[in-house]
Design a protein around this ligand. Structure first.
Ligand code: DX5
Ligand code: ZN
Length: 216
C-alpha cells in the first residue's frame, strides 16, 4: 500500500485543523509538515508551536521535513512537539551520522533528504541507517512548482540500491506531484508521495481519493 502525505504548506491556515481532518477522513495516512528557516531555503514557513497545536488535529503519521541549516540543533524539540518521522537534508548537516543518531535516540523514524542536484551516491552509505529517503523532485522552498523529470531516475536508482541491499527503506518524493504524473514516480519505486497543491487546491476530499486511487 503506497502512502499519501499531504503537505499543509498549501492549506488554508484559517481553517487548518479542519482541512487536516478532511485529508485524514479521505484516507491520507501521513501529514507532511515543511519547516523552512530562510537560510537553507529562501522562504520561512512555520515551526514548533504550530506542530504542537496541529498534532491534535488527526491521528496521521506526522512527517516533518526540516529544510533548516544544522538540523541537529532542533531534533529534540521537533520530537517533543509531535513529529513521528524527522527528515533532514544531507546538504544542511555538517555531520549527517550525528543527526541520524540523534533522531533515533529520540525514538523517532529517520528520514534523509536530497535536493534535485544531489546524487544518490552521496547518501548511499547512510541507507542502512535510515527509515526513509526523500528525493526532492523540485528545488526545496516553495509549493506549486513543476515536477523535475530527471529526478525520476534518481528514484529508480535509489530503489534499486535499497532492494539489492535487502533494506527496509521507504522512498518518498516531494514536489510537483499532480493527478497526471503521480504514477511515474510510483512506477520508479517511490512509495510515499507528498502532495501540496494537488491536495489543497480545490476539493480536498476528492483530490485525496483520486490521488490514492491512482497510486494503488
Ligand atoms: C517544497 C516542500 C513541499 C511542497 C510541495 O519545498 O518541501 O513539501 O509543499 O508542494 P507541491 O506538491 O505543491 O509541489
Ligand atoms: Zn516537503
Amino acid at each position: 500500500m503506497n502512502i499519501l502525505a499531504p503537505s499543509i504548506l498549501s492549506a488554508d491556515f484559517t481553517i487548518l485543523g479542519q482541512q487536516i481532518k478532511e485529508t485524514e477522513a479521505a484516507g491520507a495516512q501521513y501529514l507532511h509538515f515543511d519547516v523552512m528557516d530562510g537560510i537553507f531555503v529562501p522562504s520561512i514557513s512555520f515551526g514548533l508551536p504550530v506542530l504542537k497545536t496541529i498534532r491534535k488535529a488527526s491521528n496521521q503519521v506526522y512527517d516533518v521535513h526540516l529544510m533548516i541549516e544544522e538540523p541537529i540543533r532542533y531534533i529534540e524539540q521537533f520530537a517533543e512537539s509531535g513529529a513521528d518521522i524527522i527528515t533532514f537534508h544531507v546538504e544542511a548537516a555538517s555531520d549527517s551520522r550525528e543527526v541520524i543518531d540523534k533522531i533515533r535516540s529520540c525514538g523517532k523514524k529517520v528520514g534523509l533528504a536530497i535536493k534535485p542536484k544531489t546524487p544518490v551516491e552521496e547518501i548511499e552509505m547512510y541507507l542502512e541507517h535510515i527509515d526513509m529517503l526523500l528525493v526532492m523532485t523540485v528545488e526545496p522552498g516553495f509549493g506549486g512548482q513543476k515536477y523535475m523529470d530527471d529526478c525520476t531516475e534518481k528514484v529508480r536508482y535509489a530503489r534499486e540500491l535499497i532492494t539489492k541491499a535487502c533494506l527496509n527503506v521507504d522512498v518518498e518524493i516531494d514536489g510537483g506531484v499532480t493527478r497526471d504524473n503521480i504514477q511515474v514516480s510510483i512506477e520508479a519505486g517511490a512509495n510515499v508521495i507528498v502532495a501540496g497543491s494537488a491536495v489543497f487546491n480545490g476539493d480536498i476530499s476528492d483530490n485525496v481519493k483520486t490521488l490514492l486511487d491512482k497510486m494503488n
